[in-house]
Design a protein around this ligand. Structure first.
Ligand code: LLP
Length: 419
């Protein structure tokens, strides 16, 4: 459910016409709805109420500082995968005791930063990393709180680029090697074992893989207990899917909790969840302006001012995003590729898409773009990155200005011999 709806043929973000924002701020542009965000935040809170838990929003989905403030104000934690994300989470006011840190390639600087910040725990992805964290913690005279990220070898039945819980993926430690690694961890002087972490993939639209993976993890927790290792935090990752086309029926947080809480009842775990997409995905749209129409050899292209550098998901995953006119009209429908200005054939927002024939200058809204939209944007083709706007009720707020050409040369230095 979201709050981008038509009123009298005009698309609104909550109480504000999208066209008004686009004309004022320019395009391409991301627009988020505060109301939708809050609704999704509350859905998670309500679903796990009554069981000790922390919802750690996965910053990789959306790390705009204003958006992060909404999470901080609502008691959320953060799932971070880099020093940069840790910095943004802390700066937004998310307490370090609610921050977990995953990622296969944590550097010395990042580990040091996280240790000094006193985060809740590291989700450790390899034996090498475990030893490295131990030695850095030793140097600092600190004890590193850790969970091992285990790979339960469960197929999440999602796009191969975003499935992580299979043996062939680079993530985590194979679950059958977990005990051995927990025993190694126990012998290390400077780490404290606090949890188990798993995350099997993203855009999962079925409860089955969550349940199957969790059952494997519970067997591991039982085994660990027999070895005298008590697990305090059970981190089940993120991954709940959203509806992109309208015909998917991804489970709601409430259904997820109904499926998993009975499995962990009686264990006394503090449950950690790391949702990203299911919170911000449908809370954001990407707005782009039609520049040209071009028909050749039986094919029509709608050329827009937003490209793969702004919204990469269609190009990278062949992902489907619904695209609708900001001002609804009754012109005849055409089938077209909606493409950006980037000099790559892979630069498209949609292929072979049926839509009412747009005209030059009109705005199109690309739906469900609030997760992995702006965060995956780049300056490719030396394009300044888009602006971001947050709508609340009848008001809108620019929460990130559009980059300028000046930003393209920030930090750049030309050596003397080239002057
Ligand atoms: N926790 C961990 C350890 C993760 O790796 C991820 C996502 C999440 C949580 C959040 O997953 P979510 O709830 O958002 O599904 N760029 C891709 C998605 C990559 C997901 C990477 N990991 C896309 O645009 O579909």
């Amino acid at each position: 459910m979201h709050d981008f709806l038509y009123r009298n043929s005009e698309l609104y973000a909550e109480g504000v016409p999208v066209r008004r924002i686009a004309e004022k701020v320019g395009t391409p542009l991301y627009i988020y709805s505060h109301k939708t965000l809050l609704r999704h935040i509350r859905a998670y809170q309500g679903a796990f109420d009554g069981h000790p838990h922390i919802v750690c929003f996965a910053l990789k989905a959306n790390s705009n500082p204003a958006i992060l403030r909404v999470f901080a104000q609502n008691g959320f934690g953060a799932d971070v995968v880099s020093g940069g994300e840790l910095f943004l989470a802390l700066r937004a006011g998310i307490p370090p005791r609610r921050i977990v840190y995953a990622g296969v390639g944590k550097t010395r600087e990042e580990i040091t930063y996280a240790l000094k910040s006193r985060i809740l725990m590291f989700n450790v992805e390899s034996p090498d990393e475990l030893k490295f964290i131990d030695s850095i913690a030793g140097d600092l005279g600190l004890k590193a709180p850790i969970a091992l990220r285990v790979n339960p070898d469960i197929d999440p039945r999602t796009h191969p680029y975003i499935s992580t819980g299979l043996r062939k993926n680079k993530f985590g430690i194979p679950i059958e090697d977990a005990i051995e690694n927990y025993l190694i961890a126990r012998r290390l002087q400077n780490v404290e074992i606090l949890g188990i972490h798993k995350h099997i993939g993203s855009q999962i639209t079925d409860l089955r893989p969550f349940v199957d993976a969790l059952k494997r993890v519970i067997i591991l927790a039982d085994d660990l207990r027999r070895h005298g290792i008590e697990i305090k935090h059970l981190d089940i990752g993120g991954g709940l899917g959203i509806s992109y086309k309208g015909d998917e029926a991804p489970p709601e947080p409430g259904e997820l909790s109904k499926a998993i809480l009975p499995i962990i009842r009686g264990y006394g775990f503090n449950l950690i969840l790391e949702p990203g997409r299911s919170i911000t995905g449908n809370a954001g749209i990407f707005v782009t302006r039609v520049l040209y129409l071009k028909s050749q050899k039986g094919k029509t292209f709608v050329i827009v001012d937003g490209g793969m550098n702004d919204l990469l998901r269609p190009s990278l995953y062949n992902a489907y995003h619904e695209i609708i006119p900001v001002r609804r009209h009754r012109r005849r429908r055409i089938v077209a590729d909606i493409v950006g200005p980037i000099c790559e054939s892979g630069d498209f927002l949609a292929r072979e898409r049926e839509l009412p024939r747009p005209e030059r200058g009109e705005f199109l809204a690309v739906m469900s773009a609030g997760a992995y939209g702006f965060t995956m944007s780049s300056n490719y083709n030396s394009r300044p990155r888009p602006a971001e706007v947050l709508v609340k009720g009848n008001r809108f707020y620019v929460i990130r200005e559009r980059e300028s050409y000046r930003d393209l040369i920030k930090g750049v230095k030309v050596p003397d011999f080239l002057r």
